[in-house]
Design a protein around this ligand. Structure first.
Ligand SMILES: C[S@@+](CC[C@H](N)C(=O)[O-])C[C@H]1O[C@@H](n2cnc3c(N)ncnc32)[C@H](O)[C@@H]1O
Length: 263
């Protein structure tokens, strides 16, 4: 939109609503709006607490601009750690699976960093699946519960299995910022009593899909990481915690030992 002054005090309204980066947000909303009335409505919605990314329709992740429709989980910058570690373990031709993929931010970043991977992704949220298909047109994206929709042909063939599954303990969901609590699906946030319910299911499923020497990577919190790692070890995987202090990000990377029949 080319008439910035047509809508009064956009920055002030955003700042009054608690937007820390009000100037940046004003510029982005201004670019997204086609008319002053549209900008006015976007500012109202942002001031009422809708995530900026839902209003813009995109999020920046690992240098990519990815589609996010209203109502889906918005990929967080901290998850770039998971994407970076997954990319480091993938090679052209690798079979890479992202479970609980959301809009497939991790898968998209790995595919961008490592051309030629065979990428499969799945999520239970149909809106997330629609975004994932837009974001990574070459990936096979399935809708369903965890690994249930994956093709059986992938069993024992997956080199990198990655998941940022919900890991907020149920009791803590109510303390999350309203942007998340009110505008992202509960299924994307709630990880059960200790936050590890969905992770445990992913870890239990992993040995069926991983190739010998294949890797499972899961985002978790710093406090939960020893527990995530212990569940992986109990499943026969060798686990290692990695941290990125700058992003306050934690991931646990586990490796499946080579199968006994393999050299
Ligand atoms: C924390 S969000 C992360 C999304 C994405 N991985 C990311 O980092 O942006 C968790 C995702 O798990 C999905 N999810 C939760 N339970 C699931 C289940 N049982 N089967 C498949 N997906 C599930 C949610 O729909 C949501 O998209």
């Amino acid at each position: 939109m080319s008439t910035p002054s047509a809508v009064p005090d956009v920055v002030g309204r955003l700042r009054a609503a608690g937007c820390v980066f009000a100037e940046d947000e004003a510029r982005l909303l201004h670019d997204a709006a086609r008319t002053p009335a549209e900008l006015d409505a976007l500012v109202d919605r942002r001031a009422a607490g809708e995530p900026l990314e839902h209003l813009l329709g995109w999020v920046e992740f690992a240098g990519l601009r990815l589609a996010v429709e209203a109502g889906v989980f918005v990929p967080r910058r901290r998850t770039e750690l998971l994407a970076r570690e997954a990319a480091a373990l993938a090679a052209p031709g690798s079979a890479v699976v992202e479970l609980c993929c959301g809009v497939c931010a991790v898968g998209a970043a790995v595919a961008a960093a490592v051309p030629g991977i065979d990428l499969h992704a799945a999520d239970i949220d149909p809106v997330a699946v629609r975004c994932a298909r837009r974001n990574v047109p070459r990936a096979h994206v399935y809708e369903g519960d965890l690994d249930a929709p994956l093709p059986v042909s992938l069993r024992g063939r997956v080199d990198v299995l990655v998941a940022n599954a919900p890991y907020v303990p149920t009791e803590a969901v109510g303390m999350m910022p309203p942007e998340a609590r009110l505008h992202e699906p509960l299924v994307a946030l709630d990880g059960g009593a200790d936050g590890l319910d969905v992770q445990r299911r992913v870890i239990a499923a992993a040995p069926l899909w991983l190739a010998g020497g294949g890797h499972l990577l899961i985002e978790t919190s710093g406090a939960q990481s020893p527990h995530t790692a212990a569940v992986m070890e109990a499943a026969g995987l060798h686990a290692q915690v990695v941290r990125d202090e700058e992003r306050d990000a934690t991931a646990v990377i586990a490796t499946r030992p080579p199968r006994t029949s393999e050299p």
